[in-house]
Ligand binder design. Structure first.
Ligand SMILES: [Fe+2]
Length: 240
């Protein structure tokens, strides 16, 4: 199983890639001071996650969700049953979440804490109605809002192409050096920064609402191929 580790000032971010049927990327934040862990979008596995946390001498205190899709949430209830971890999700995602336990809601610009590690919540609707990204020191955990040179579809309940366009405009404000972490490894590589994506990810490169809608509709209709590598604006315009 492919893994990665990033050491930051107050936390360590670990990622396990290609987990389960839809090959999800599972993100673990380990707060050094409190020895607590947050898992983002736990799905498919249970004991693998719990043992990983216990083996490091940490306790799973939090589950942060980016969105409701079951390939990101199908371990949540069972993990809470075993550990009592607190669940956090975007306020507008609540009507769609298929989870039995109580969920604490967050909204745009909220800052939540795992021990001494802050994470800023960015509402990024589009792929779902109440999807959020979590911005930590130098790292953006984006769920399916953004992939390497791609992005999540707008096809399931709660999705909206125009919302997705506005979410992309918000994500363009994030520092170029920020490392992007996606919910799936669908691109030509795993490691990327927001700067690199702003230069080559079609969802971020497209400037106007009109072109964005044409691009998404074209993909849904099969006239535009889903990109997996960098495109510039000229190349994208030629596809529309
Ligand atoms: Fe999704």
């Amino acid at each position: 199983m492919l893994e990665k580790k990033h050491l930051a000032k107050t936390f360590t971010l670990e990622i396990i890639y290609h987990v389960g049927e839809y090959e999800n990327s599972i993100h673990f934040i380990f707060d050094h001071a409190s020895k607590t862990c947050a898992i983002i979008d736990p799905a498919w596995e249970i004991d693998l996650f719990i043992n990983r946390i216990i083996d490091k001498g940490y306790k799973l205190s939090d589950i942060w969700l980016t969105h409701w899709h079951t390939d990101h949430t199908n371990s949540v209830d069972r993990l809470v049953d075993k550990t009592g971890a607190k669940i956090t999700a975007g306020i507008h995602e609540i009507p769609y979440l298929q989870i039995e336990h109580e969920v604490q809601t967050v909204n745009d610009n909220d800052t939540i804490y795992l021990g001494e590690t802050p994470a800023k919540v960015i509402n990024t609707p589009g792929h779902s109605a109440g999807g959020v990204c979590y911005l930590l020191d130098g790292h953006l955990i984006a769920g399916d809002t953004l992939f390497v040179y791609g992005a999540g579809h707008c096809l399931l309940p709660g999705a909206n192409v125009l919302d997705m366009y506005y979410s992309m405009q918000k994500l363009k404000q994030i520092d170029d050096v920020t490392i992007l972490h996606c919910g799936h490894d669908y691109g030509i590589k795993i490691a990327t920064t927001m700067g690199e994506q702003k230069r080559g990810n079609a969802w971020l490169v497209i400037e106007t609402q009109q072109d964005f809608i044409k691009f998404i509709n074209g993909m849904n209709q099969g006239s535009i191929a889903y990109p997996t590598s960098a495109l510039n604006l000229k190349e994208i315009k030629a596809m529309l």
